[in-house]
Design a protein around this ligand. Structure first.
Ligand code: TEU
Ligand code: CA
Length: 543
């Protein structure tokens, strides 16, 4: 198997607003990222993906772009970005940017024009349809709640948006739109960036407006027929530059992902982020993932993309709560168990900022601490319906994406060393125990475990291209699998629960000679009956 650089690589996701503030205005910035490149290098990172840094009114923290070719002033300048690119490349770190082309901001010049009149040359850059103030073109609902349509009194039509009303969807059926986007993409690629994470890319095609929704409310804009044309054009453009691409492509099933990511088939993208493994446990008051559900989804993606195509691996990002809170028990040990659970899988792993420290959810006590626009809106609605404020807050923040957006914890000093000013979002109180400086100094920290695991991935061919075999398929808490390559075989055993568990391994596994390569506890030898204490995790390799 010829390996592409990104198949051997480990990525790190940077949420720039919350990563590192270099000038004390409370907002992370590009210079702040440059300062931390040595930190990322020592962790062993090969590339960074940075969430949107483009000019934006910030209704959705940069996912509403008003100028694709300008840097958001809060983050710095284009010159700063070029410095970052150079500095990263100088130490062998590649740089991937977010590409948000399903929609723009309603402040983008294209939309401002589009809104002016029905015969404006930019009218068809967006999706307009006849409507009245109380009758929208259809009953489709947006991801952020409410109708996908917003009425515009001036032209007596409504425009379409799958996210907030400040994020109007582009009309990909219009060739002029596509050409304008491709031109913008070329501009970034000519600057020398190494790839893109394609935001919400499976939504760029919509069903006809009279499509009737049955069970799945998102069906009319999830990987809808006709998208192939646009994806093929994007692919051809990306292939000219030999970059890395990862698509956020919800609705592309594991079966379809094979063709999407196999260069011998459609090969639109190098890999995609699946959004299925986030299986939530029935409501217990605490946000928890369902381990068996997660195992099944991850194993299915491993198997379906086993021979053809390629996986992107992640357990945390800027849209979900902290994994050490929803799957772990907020200890250093569970952070390590989770690390091994997914870094042993086949694919390109992404680590979200702070995940390497075992950062945890934020205990919200007031709606003032919440940034997410949609939550604030729902809170007001609930409270006006006589729901007690504390109940409304608990319910709404349970799965809030703000948990992962609190500032990175660098030191035990005020504001976790993230800023010398007033942070734009609350800093977690646990900076004394969870911070990067302490983690780097402590060989037992999750940080060191991540560092070791990344180093092992860089050496151990079996973790790159070894076949995946799930063991103990129906065990509700233990994730166990074998990665088998010609030269080497690895065995991963992880208890994803706070209860001890004794498992029975199949003969073909326990009969082999194994040595422990890495563990978050004292090492053991493999026997048929194998006891795993709470959150025990082991990586064995064949002798
Ligand atoms: O998220 C989009 C996203 O999660 C949807 O595409 C998903 O398919 C849907 O919720 C169904 O599960 C991305 C960004 O990650 C997010 O931060 C942005 O707010 C959003 O796009 C809009 O750009
Ligand atoms: Ca700043």
């Amino acid at each position: 198997m010829t390996t592409k650089w990104w198949q051997n690589a480990v990525g790190y996701q940077i949420y720039p607003r919350s990563f590192n503030d270099s000038n004390g205005d409370g907002i992370g910035d590009i210079s702040g990222i440059i300062e931390k490149l040595p930190y990322l290098k020592s962790l062993g990172i090969d590339f960074i993906w940075i969430n949107p840094i483009y000019q934006s009114p910030n209704v959705d923290n940069g996912y509403d772009i008003s100028d694709y070719q300008a840097i958001q002033p809060e983050f710095g300048t284009l010159a700063d970005f070029k410095t970052l690119l150079q500095a990263a490349h100088a130490i062998g770190i590649k740089v991937i940017l977010d590409l948000v082309v399903n929609h723009t901001s309603d402040q983008h010049p294209w939309f401002i024009e589009s809104q002016k009149s029905k015969d404006n040359p930019y009218r068809d850059y967006y999706l307009w349809a006849d409507a009245t103030p109380d009758k929208m073109p259809n009953n489709w609902q947006s991801f952020f709640g409410g109708s996908t349509w917003t009425y515009d009194a001036q032209t007596k039509q409504a425009y379409f948006h799958v996210f907030a009303k400040e994020q109007p969807d582009l009309n990909w059926r219009n060739p002029a739109v596509r050409q304008a986007i491709y031109q913008m993409i070329r501009w970034w690629l000519d600057l020398g960036i190494d790839g893109f994470r394609l935001d919400a890319i499976s939504h760029i095609q919509k069903a006809p407006w009279d499509f009737k929704i049955r069970d799945n409310p998102w069906a009319p804009f999830m990987n809808v027929a006709g998208i192939e044309v646009y994806m093929a054009e994007l692919r051809d453009l990306f292939n000219e530059y030999q970059i890395m691409t990862v698509g956020e492509a919800s609705g592309v099933t594991s079966k379809k992902a094979v063709s999407w990511t196999d260069p011998a088939q459609a090969g639109y993208l190098n890999m995609i982020f699946e959004l299925e493994h986030n299986v939530r446990q029935a409501d217990t008051g605490q946000p928890r993932l369902d381990v068996l559900g997660l195992k099944k989804v991850l194993a299915r993606w491993q198997t379906d993309l086993g021979q053809h195509g390629w996986n992107a691996l992640y357990v945390e990002n800027h849209d979900n709560p902290r994994i050490n809170s929803i799957l772990g028990d907020e200890t250093a040990k569970s952070a390590k168990a989770i690390a091994l659970m997914y870094l042993g899988l086949k694919g390109t792993p992404f680590i979200y900022q702070g995940q390497e420290l075992g950062m945890t959810n934020f205990p919200f006590t007031s709606i003032e601490q919440v940034d997410a626009e949609e939550l604030r809106r729902q809170y007001t609605a609930l409270v006006s319906q006589q729901v007690a404020p504390s109940v409304a807050l608990a319910q709404l923040t349970r799965w809030s994406r703000d948990h992962s957006r609190t500032p990175m914890q660098w030191t035990a000093a005020a504001n976790g060393g993230f800023t010398t000013g007033q942070p734009w979002l609350v800093v977690n109180q646990n900076i004394q125990t969870i911070n990067a400086t302490a983690a780097v100094q402590n060989p037992q920290s999750p940080w060191h475990f991540y560092q070791q695991l990344i180093a092992i991935r860089h050496q151990e061919g079996a973790l790159i291209d070894g076949d995946f075999e799930l063991l103990l398929k129906n065990d509700p808490t233990v994730f166990a699998y074998v990665r088998r390559a010609q030269q080497q075989t690895c065995l991963v055993l992880v208890n994803l629960s706070s209860q001890a568990k004794t498992i029975t391994l199949p003969r073909r596994v326990w009969q082999q000679d194994w040595q422990c390569r890495l563990s978050n506890t004292t090492s053991q030898t493999i026997t048929q009956r194998f006891r795993l204490a709470a959150y025990d995790a082991y990586l064995f390799e064949q002798k």
